[in-house]
Design a protein around this ligand. Sequence first.
Ligand SMILES: [Zn+2]
Length: 260
Amino acid sequence: MTGPILVHDPLTLAIAALVGAAVGSFLNVCVMRWPVRMSVFAPPSRCVQCERRIRWFENLPLLGYLLVRGRCTGCGVALSLQYPVVEAVAALVWAGMTARWGLEWEALRGSLFLTILLGVAIADARTYTIPDQFSLGGAAIGIALAPLAGGPEARDAVLGAALGLGLLWVVAELGRLALGRDAMGGGDVKMMAMAGAFLGPWGVVVTLFAGSLLGALIYGPVSLRSGRPVPFGIFLALGAAIAYNWGAALAAWYGGLLGM
Ligand SMILES: [Zn+2]
């Protein structure tokens, strides 16, 4: 007989972190290749500088980066810090969700959602685009997992996706009318369908509110000075992560303010 599985059991959390680091490693490949329409399975990874093929142990999440001390062993070019940072964040996410939900479907659903949001944010920061694999593929995953997990019911997942798509489409059209150019990419619109599928309709509202606020506070001044467009997907992803983790508390607080 084995004992009950403890949520804060260090071994369980370590395994969850390892799974997360491996997922983060794959996420790095997706983020680099999907925007340029490359397969994530072939060809094998190569150094961007000298094209030397990456050996298997260099591909180990986190450890590989440490083993080669952050440099290509062929030409010595510095490897992007993005690789270990994404792997570490994903490890924290998967361990954190396991600690919070235990070995339940919700831990998997939450981990996948936050991992997709991480991918959205990095892809948008690097390329100003959000690959359909994250947005449309993520929406399909969100709707598929809804009946299994402790998130929104299947009906609310579909409603959330529709609301996210519809609301952002209206915002994008209004922005185009007001500015005379595209204020928001189609990627942001599809990305909100994904967020809605995981969060349900109320989560869409919290995401938009938090995302717009963060975007205006953080990026507004930068964008005004530099004249560069706002990679709004980053802030929508942050807003969605806030909505997932604290959406219920925020809605209760706001309802209290309104006397509801
Ligand atoms: Zn190299």
